[in-house]
Design a protein around this ligand. Structure first.
Ligand SMILES: [Zn+2]
Ligand SMILES: [Zn+2]
Length: 341
């Protein structure tokens, strides 16, 4: 594969086997990749109290569990969202109703918040690998609880960091939405990965050839810029072993992942001026069949918010990325940050 990188002034279209959508790389629209810093860094965390701070638990929606259990000096709390997108109080959903206008399903589901630290001024990147591992283990524990319900089909874990990335609370937290349907981009991703598997008899993520796209690696994970990154400096953290379900992550791998995520977030913060960002865990539906497990491989997508999306992207589903992935990977690979610091 002839890959374009530094100095190539010509636009190029790319499509990867995970999303199967065209991305336009248009380097002429940007300055040098290293100039591509956030102009609106994530808000500094004002040192005020808020409902997510320790001692303010009574101001929050009900708790589901905390770490450690029953300890007033908790380190993580999983709570209900005060303004849930879906309602846990509805009966398990009836079958979908089809009408001439479209399909309808009762809005049953769960919308939880994971408070990642008791301290207001601490961000996820400030936690130790072991503490970040506890956040991941909290996600897996909650997903395992959802998995006992036939009516919950998919769980989306995501984090919005910084007001312009959609965070309404500056206290470090992430969210989990347990859905009664399989979301459209999950269906597209699974279909696309299945097509690759049917042709090549291999999982397309196990087959990722890193080389110029690699940022870092740990014992069990790789961080890289995807071949057809839709967003400048988009990063994936990918298990180096085949695994369809994020919630099967064990404690040892969670610590390894915590270290690599911390290192990746620090690099992004240093090189891109602490940008607002989103991360999403892309996994498999809860109750999938054996055959899906062979081609579906979970990963984390991190998207720094450096450019907005507008009419072209909404109209076409294509993205324009001004930074070639090889150039973004080099900027992130070449900066030294310590894993534990
Ligand atoms: Zn707080
Ligand atoms: Zn795989």
């Amino acid at each position: 594969m002839a890959s374009s990188s530094s100095g190539n002034p010509n636009p190029e279209l790319r499509k990867d086997p995970v999303w199967n959508r065209w991305v336009i790389f248009s380097p002429a629209r940007a300055k040098r990749p290293s100039d591509f810093k956030s102009k609106s860094p994530a808000d500094p965390n004002p040192n005020t109290t808020c409902p997510f701070c320790i001692g303010h638990e009574h101001e929050c929606a009900p708790e589901i569990f905390r770490v450690p259990p029953d300890d007033p000096n908790w380190t993580i709390r999983v709570i209900q969202n005060l303004y849930p997108a879906l309602s846990r109080d509805l009966p398990d959903p009836d079958p979908v109703t089809h009408t001439s206008a479209g399909s309808v399903l009762a809005g049953f589901g769960f919308h939880d918040v994971v408070i990642e630290t008791p301290v207001h001024s601490v961000q996820l990147v400030d936690l130790s690998p072991e503490e970040i591992a506890q956040v991941f283990v909290s996600y897996t524990k909650r997903i395992q609880q959802f998995a006992t319900r036939d009516s919950i089909k998919y769980v989306q874990v995501f984090k919005n960091h910084g007001a312009s990335a959609g965070a309404s609370m500056s206290h470090s937290h992430s969210q989990m939405l347990a859905l009664p349907v399989i979301p459209p981009s999950v269906s597209v991703r699974l279909g696309s990965m299945k097509d690759y598997f049917d042709k090549m008899r291999k999982c397309c993520i196990c087959e990722i050839q890193c080389e110029d796209l690699l940022i870092d690696s740990s014992t069990y994970f790789l961080s890289l810029v995807p071949f057809a990154a839709a967003f400048p400096f988009e990063i994936w953290i990918v298990p180096r072993y085949h695994s369809a379900h994020f919630h099967e992550l064990d404690a040892e791998k969670a610590v390894d992942l915590g270290g690599l995520l911390k290192q990746t977030l620090r690099k992004m913060s240093v090189q891109l001026n602490n940008p607002p960002f989103n991360f999403m865990i892309h996994t498999s539906p809860l109750h999938d069949h054996g055959s899906e497990l062979a081609y579906s491989h979970w990963f984390i997508q991190i998207v720094p918010q450096l450019i907005g999306i507008a009419g072209f992207e909404i109209g076409t589903g294509c993205y324009i990325n001004p930074v070639f992935p090889e150039d973004a990977a080099k900027v992130l690979r070449d900066v030294n940050v310590s894993k534990s610091g």
